[in-house]
Design a protein around this ligand. Structure first.
Ligand code: MN3
Length: 210
């Protein structure tokens, strides 16, 4: 995979229908092939005009956006954020039969939030309370698990925060199947969380905690 310009839309790590019946095949096609693709295309367009940024990774573009010229700061944040957030979201899901919440991360979730059900309720509440478009995240901050939300395509990268899981609550993530019912979609998402991937991210975050 290209880690810098020109960015390419890598295939999903599972088939488009792998998350059925929780997240439908049509939504996955639209979400990955159209929505994510448009962030990649737009990001490449910007970088085409700014050769000095072409060697930068997605992570570097996002965390360095504040230092970029005013004219491109916002569009880099939106487009690079859109690529990062979507890849992170797609990689954080898997076939429902394998989406079992076990492991060190889940044990830490139990300790931090009281038990898994409380965590689930709090995460759902955060995802529901986000006004407009954005994401709810489980992150590691100062070596502690927290639930946060971000608007639009903002990311929680930098400032010693390590993202572990995210749910995309833009309407395009669920509208075809659940219409306006974000609540149903959040419940469905819990059936396809890739806890192994989340644990990998959690352990990596713990290793480089600052
Ligand atoms: Mn999306």
């Amino acid at each position: 995979m290209n880690s810098c310009y020109p960015f390419v839309n890598t295939p999903l790590p599972y088939s488009y229908d792998a998350l059925e019946p929780y997240i439908d095949e049509k939504t996955m096609h639209l979400h990955h092939d159209k929505h994510l693709q448009s962030y990649i295309t737009n990001l490449n367009h910007i970088l085409e005009l700014h050769p000095t940024l072409q060697k930068k990774s997605l992570h570097q573009l996002i965390t360095g956006a504040e230092r970029l010229p005013e004219s491109i700061k916002r569009s880099i944040r939106n487009q690079a954020g859109g690529v990062f957030n979507h890849r992170f979201y797609f990689d954080g899901m898997k076939h429902p039969s394998k989406a079992v919440p076990i492991g060190k991360l889940v044990a830490t979730i139990d300790c931090t939030f009281g038990n898994f059900t409380v965590f689930r309720e709090q995460f759902k509440k955060a995802a529901l309370s986000l006004f407009g478009s954005g994401y709810a995240w489980l992150v590691l901050r100062k070596n502690r698990l927290c639930i946060i939300t971000t608007c639009n395509q903002n990311t929680p990268l930098g400032n010693g925060i390590f993202p572990i899981l995210n749910i995309d609550v833009w309407e395009h993530a669920y509208y075809l199947k659940d219409y306006n019912e974000r609540s149903k979609y959040i419940d469905d998402w819990f059936s396809v969380v890739n806890w192994e991937k989340a644990e990998e991210r959690y352990l990596a975050g713990k290793r480089c905690k600052k």
